[in-house]
Design a protein around this ligand. Structure first.
Ligand code: UD1
Ligand code: CA
Length: 455
């Protein structure tokens, strides 16, 4: 059975009190609507139709994709009216309706729902709630068959006592949908064209309405305000933390761990508290990450250790290398095997070969450093002349003394040594010593200035 998906995302989200359209508010760093689109893609539909209205231009711009058909609903006249805007574009056998502000819905739940959908049967996702206030109620007959959905505002006291709520998520046979939508009326408490009225119409036409339930109620929870958004965020993070733990990661506190992107993990990884992983992060076996680290778009290879308070972006940390505490690795930082990068070190576009040591207070930008080379404390590559950036190339087994300024472009040959405090402005040949500093003078009998006494 072919499938198309319609995502409703036209609402304003007044209670967000925001100039950003509601569906663009992020969960785990990604717009809510993008979560729904990604889950929808997992179901391999022929096409995804997104009904937009408030902030339509921005939503379209942020979420463009070849498989997306954006349909503008000029006025928000109800969920039925919203689906009707997409109806002329539909051609598949079955249509699944999702919501741009219900971001945590999971693919297995939707797959279970779709298994029940056919040309002769609708499939409705319902949820049993302790407090169903605000939800449409599922009306069943004596045999337990779904007859209708009644909205909270249209429900009798007896109907309001029903705890089975409508999630809004629904799969319908496409061939019948347009007909039902054209018969919707807005003669109800809210003056809206309710999608939910389609249920009673289908039953009237002799079709059956099957139901399925989500694994967890949070899957179908929408975000109407920033508190609900924060609740979804916490739930999402804990769900992800559980998955990572199941894959062999120790999280010292799963409640103090955040992922804003995609993470792949090996086994026996240990992550301390308040770590944030962003973008695309790969973590191999045995990696340890200390507290308060931010790691973005980086690869941490087997056995790498990232110590407390380090900030990595676009870094590739080689096997057995250690970084931090308080290190900053900027894009293009590549550490091969067993590299040591210590505290208050900043790297940018720097390739450090096996066994390089950069222990303290150093900036290496646009640099290549050969194997086993030691960079003394306080060394700075002067890679920028105010107009252009230049490379610093340092060979193998070099010893850069403390507090050097390496003025690029400059090439330091293998086995060379530079004296502490040197300003290296010219290439240093292999196996030589370069010293570029003022010669020390000693002034005998020097007297310190004395304080002038005021009478
Ligand atoms: C809807 C359901 C209700 C269900 C509840 C679950 C209807 C009539 N009611 O009620 O049974 O229990 O969701 O949360 O469907 N939207 C549009 N265009 C519109 C109207 C809405 O795109 O013209 C979008 C909104 O942006 C929102 C979603 O559809 O994402 C739901 O609309 P909303 O008005 O919030 O429906 P509820 O009253 O919550
Ligand atoms: Ca709602």
């Amino acid at each position: 059975m072919s499938l198309e998906i319609v995502i409703l995302a036209a609402g304003q989200g007044t209670r967000m009190r925001s100039s950003l359209p509601k569906v663009l508010h992020p969960v785990a760093g990604k717009p809510m609507l993008a979560h729904v689109i990604d889950t929808a893609r997992g179901l391999n539909p022929e096409r995804i139709h997104v009904v937009i209205g408030h902030g339509a231009d921005l939503v379209r711009e942020r979420l463009q994709g070849d498989d997306l058909n954006f349909v503008v609903q000029e006025q928000q006249l109800g969920t039925g009216h919203a689906v009707a805007q997409a109806a002329p574009f539909l051609s598949a056998d079955s249509v699944l309706i999702l919501y741009g502000d219900v971001p945590l819905i999971e693919q297995p739940t939707l797959e279970r729902l779709l298994q029940q959908a056919s040309g002769e049967q609708l499939a409705l996702l319902t949820v049993e709630l302790d407090d169903p206030t605000g939800y449409g109620r599922i009306i069943r007959d004596a045999a337990g068959e779904v007859q209708a959905i009644v909205e909270q505002k249209d429900a009798s006291a007896e109907q309001r006592a029903i705890r089975e709520g409508n999630t809004g998520i629904l799969a319908v046979p496409r061939g019948r949908l347009a007909g039902w939508l054209s018969r919707l009326s807005n003669a109800n408490a809210q003056g809206e064209y309710y999608l939910t009225d389609v249920i009673a119409m289908a039953v009237g036409d002799g079709l059956r309405v099957a139901t399925a339930q989500p694994q967890a109620a949070m899957e179908v929870q929408g975000a109407n305000d920033r508190l609900q958004l924060a609740e979804l965020e916490r739930y999402y993070q804990l769900r992800l933390a559980r998955r990572l733990m199941a894959q062999g990661v120790t999280l010292l506190d799963p409640a103090r761990f955040d992922v804003r992107g995609e993470v792949s993990v090996g086994r026996d990884v240990q992550i301390d508290i308040n770590v944030i992983l962003e973008g695309h992060v790969e973590i191999e076996d045995g990696v340890q990450i200390g507290p308060n680290c931010v790691i973005k778009n980086s690869i941490l290879r087997s056995g790498a250790i990232i110590k407390a308070n380090s900030h990595l972006e676009g870094a590739d940390v080689g096997p057995g290398s250690d970084v931090g505490p308080f290190a900053r690795l900027r894009p293009g930082s590549v550490l091969e095997r067993q590299v040591h990068v210590g505290n208050f070190v900043e790297l940018k576009n720097a390739h450090l070969q096996d066994g390089v040591k950069v222990g303290h207070l150093t900036y290496l930008g646009d640099s290549d450093v050969g194997s086993r080379t030691n960079i003394g404390a306080g060394t700075i590559t002067c890679n920028y002349d105010g107009a252009n950036k230049w490379r610093t190339v340092i060979g193998e087994d070099v010893f850069i003394g403390s507090n050097n300024s390496l003025v690029a472009p400059v090439d330091i040959g293998a086995g060379a040594t530079t004296g502490a405090g040197s300003t290296i402005t010219a290439d240093v040949p292999t196996q030589t010593l370069a010293i570029g500093r003022g010669k020390q003078r000693v002034i005998d009998g020097w007297k310190r200035p004395e304080k002038i006494r005021k009478s």
